[in-house]
Design a protein around this ligand. Structure first.
Ligand code: GTP
Ligand code: MG
Length: 283
């Protein structure tokens, strides 16, 4: 995104700052505007306190919450119209199980950033490839959305690493229930094959197989209900990101901009200037 912004033509060219809020991060492919590891890092915590990677991350994030003045000072360095991406840790428990990210965001709301924040939830395309993965990925996104209470954009990342047909299949799912039905049809074909094999087997095995089938159908009713809920509220949809396609990067950026109305003031200002250019009396 940072690189893309600098390649835009003319007035569309812009600067995107990126800061790292992941104390476990090691390598970056962007210029960091500021870095939480200047405050604390998982590496030093693991070494000094003998914690493991998960405990270390939690410790660091709690330390950040206790030292939010540091973040406030860093954010104050930016002008109101500057654009900043905060690269956050990917461990979902920081958003759902423990309210750490929520506490950081609540402070940012108090500092006046409420109306200019959007959460961008990035999921690897490979994690959504079949019905059950799609449903669990959607639920993860939903839990982050509920926990953060911000405008929310889901991005399907790493599409460049997957055959185009697979990406199109994921995007074409349309609805979670429809997807689940398709998958069930496929599963029942498999079960019918299995039934035929079983008919030749012993009575005890057939009985066990029927019990398993009944249990699976019960579970499916729950999955149906979850799929229905996702559909009824049109809660989850994904925007594909393919790093090799400029249009795809632009589409993600435009969607995120739109969610926070970024640039709309600039466009209006630009339009006024155009009008004024056409009218010699105007100032
Ligand atoms: N080809 C390709 N590689 C990517 C893309 N996004 C990230 N990567 C690479 O994938 C690797 C893992 O990066 P991420 O998926 O961002 O994960 P992470 O930052 O290590 O972990 P978390 O932030 O904790 O989730 C890095 O080497 C990235 O450069 C993408 O869209 N396409
Ligand atoms: Mg990361």
């Amino acid at each position: 995104m940072q690189e893309h912004a600098t390649t835009l033509a003319g007035t569309r060219r812009r600067r995107i700052h990126v800061a790292n809020l992941d104390p476990a991060a090691e390598i970056f492919q962007y210029d960091t505007a500021f870095d939480v590891r200047d405050l604390i890092s998982v590496e030093e915590v693991m070494e000094e306190l003998g914690l493991g990677p998960n405990g270390g991350l939690l410790y660091c994030m709690e330390y950040l919450v206790e030292n939010l003045d540091w973040l406030h000072d860093e954010l104050e360095m930016f002008q109101d119209d500057e654009y900043l991406i905060l690269d956050c840790p990917g461990q979902l428990e920081l958003y759902t199980h423990v309210p750490i990210m929520r506490r950081i965001l609540d402070s940012m709301r108090i500092w006046g950033y409420e109306s200019s924040m959007v959460s961008v939830f990035c999921v690897d395309a490979a994690f959504l490839i079949d019905a059950s993965k799609f449903l669990s990925g959607s639920l993860l996104s939903l839990s982050a959305m509920v926990a953060l209470e911000l405008p929310h954009v889901n991005v399907l990342t790493k599409c460049d690493l997957m055959p185009r047909e697979d990406v199109e299949r994921i995007l074409g799912y349309g609805s979670a229930t429809q997807l689940w039905d398709l998958d069930q049809d496929r599963q029942s074909l498999l079960v019918t094959d299995l039934d035929d094999d079983m008919n030749e087997g012993k009575g005890e095995e057939r009985h066990r197989h029927r019990r398993l089938e009944a249990r699976r159908r019960q579970r499916n009713r729950l999955t149906d209900a979850i799929g229905q809920l996702l559909d009824d509220y049109a809660m989850v949809s994904f925007i594909p990101l393919n790093l090799n396609e400029e249009d795809s990067i632009e589409h993600v950026l435009a969607t995120v901009d739109h969610a926070i109305q970024y640039g709309e003031d600039l466009e209006i200002r630009g339009a006024e200037e155009d009008d004024n250019n056409g009218n010699p009396d105007a100032h």
